[in-house]
Design a protein. Structure first.
Length: 216
């Protein structure tokens, strides 16, 4: 107990922040996501939603201020699956993006659902991207328009994914990405968090939020 008191004395703002987070119902998303792989802190939320560092204030899930998300109204993120929560990511939802529950996305990942027309760079060709559950997108990987990745797909660092791997349960790597290993399905362990959130939104309220705010 003495050590905790000394800690709060060294950081005078920490105690009021802790009290705010514990008492005010609005901040339940911080209290109730402590078991998440991607934990949301008050500082993280404040920089994004209040200070608007990085320009991602309107994005409904946590995004690091060094990452950029465009057309978030065209993106559905699953539980504990937040593209751009790590540093240096670039996400464009123009063509539509769906990301399944518990998919982890490393730093410097690029996910683009639209590209320039090769004959007229003023035009964009949009194609939706779908990423399944329990995937892992490695650092610096690039997911191109029209790609579908099945559950339990691991995308190696630096890979450029230009075609779909709908079957999932595999590791893909290279430029362009190719399957390098099949995963043993019986060894893949599904899990679920105690309280479910899609970004900052409780999952039991997400469908209502989606109808009001999203186009997908």
């Amino acid at each position: 107990m003495v050590d905790k008191i000394k800690y709060f004395l060294r950081r005078p703002l920490q105690l009021p922040i802790v009290l705010i987070v514990r008492v005010i119902p609005f901040f339940s998303f911080i209290r109730e996501t402590l078991d998440y792989q991607n934990k949301i802190t008050f500082e993280f939320w404040f920089k994004q939603k209040v200070l608007n560092w990085g320009g991602n204030k309107k994005v409904y899930w946590p995004v690091h201020y060094t990452s950029q998300v465009y057309d978030a109204q065209n993106i559905i993120v699953g539980v504990d699956a937040y593209p751009g929560i790590m540093r240096g990511c670039y996400i464009t939802g123009r063509g539509g993006i769906t990301i399944g529950d518990y998919t982890q996305i490393a730093p410097n990942v690029i996910i683009v659902s639209a590209n320039h027309d090769v004959y007229d760079s003023r035009k964009h060709i949009s194609e939706p991207i779908k990423i399944g559950k329990y995937c892992w997108i490695g650092a610096g990987a690039k997911i191109m328009p029209g790609v579908e990745i099945g559950d339990w797909t691991i995308v190696a660092a630096g890979a450029v994914v230009t075609k779909s791997f709908q079957e999932g349960y595999c590791i893909i790597a290279g430029v362009p990405a190719k399957k390098i290993k099949e995963l043993e399905r019986e060894k893949c362990i599904p899990f679920a968090n105690k309280i479910l959130y899609n970004g900052y939104i409780r999952s039991d309220k997400f469908e209502s939020f989606r109808k009001r705010n999203l186009t997908v």
